[in-house]
Ligand binder design. Structure first.
Ligand code: ARG
Length: 276
């Protein structure tokens, strides 16, 4: 059931006992999975990239916390609207326990904090294969401040090889125990869909709502980068969704394809902003 989520989170559960233990499903052979994820053949140490600040990026990156714990990244699309991944909400459905934090670079900075009023996950989101891994949240009060910025939705389909920027507080090493204190960023090229499909077969079937990016063994997003944007010229074109390991030598990072999910996003924003 939660196999994909497990791949994303196993790195954390391997090293820290507390946070995500509840995500483990007894039907899964965790030991076997651990071998896949930790095996040196598939796994190298870091995601590459460098430390940055939210301001340098454009101020669009949001830190999403649940019961005060950092869970996922997000993108500010509008004063009241944040884009993220649907899987961030698995097992975390108490809306009032979510907090969106803007304008932070160091994860523990205070920033501009807003409570969440409502979340819409795609009705086609499937935990089994992470199909349609997209969610929109509406904040209780507008997120405003001079350190903040917004992104617009992707305008065009991008060719394989195009370099995009992914940023977040995710792990730089799967043996790490928690999110990074400092914000990091890396550029990753879009990967031909068939190439990526083939690399994931037969383990995972990539659906139409996904595309891949990264450099095998070198550059990738990782656990806790989820929900954050993959950016091309001030446009959000992807959402960090899943991967097996991080900067694996075999598996690319998988992102939700904004061009594909745009109708859902636009419709959800309309619905959320229509309510007062
Ligand atoms: N599912 C992960 C998370 O919850 C994101 C993993 C992205 N992994 C990757 N290798 N690109 O944070």
């Amino acid at each position: 059931m939660q196999r994909l989520l497990l791949y994303c989170l196993l790195a954390v559960t391997l090293t820290s006992t507390d946070v995500l233990a509840q995500d483990l499903n007894e039907t899964i052979d965790v030991k076997k999975l651990a071998e896949v994820v930790k095996s040196p053949a598939f796994q190298t140490r870091v995601v590459g990239g460098e430390v940055t600040t939210n301001g340098k990026l454009g101020g669009y990156l949001i830190a999403l916390r649940y019961e005060l714990n950092f869970i996922c990244g997000g993108t500010l699309l509008h004063d009241l609207i944040v884009l993220t991944a649907a899987h961030c909400f698995l097992g975390r459905m108490k809306i009032r326990d979510w907090l969106a934090v803007g304008g932070v670079s160091k994860l523990n900075d205070r920033g501009i904090q807003r409570e969440v009023k409502e979340v819409i996950k795609s009705a086609q989101f499937r935990e089994e294969d992470m199909n349609m891994d997209v969610a929109i949240l509406r904040l209780k009060r507008p997120m405003r401040g001079k350190s903040l910025g917004k992104l617009i939705l992707c305008k065009n389909h991008l060719e394989p090889g195009t370099e995009l920027r992914v940023s977040g507080w995710g792990l730089t090493d799967i043996y790490e125990s928690g999110p990074q204190k400092l914000l990091r960023t890396v550029t990753v090229p879009i990967v031909d869909k068939n190439t990526c499909r083939a690399s994931y077969r037969p383990k995972v079937n990539l659906t139409d709502s996904m595309f891949c990016a990264g450099v095998l063994g070198k550059r990738d997003a990782c656990t806790f980068d989820s929900g954050g944007p993959l950016v091309y010229r001030n446009q959000v074109c992807g959402i960090v969704s899943f991967g097996i390991g991080c900067a694996s030598r075999r598996y690319y990072g998988v992102y939700t394809d904004i061009m594909y999910v745009k109708p859902f996003i636009e419709q959800s924003i309309k619905v959320l902003l229509a309510k007062r």
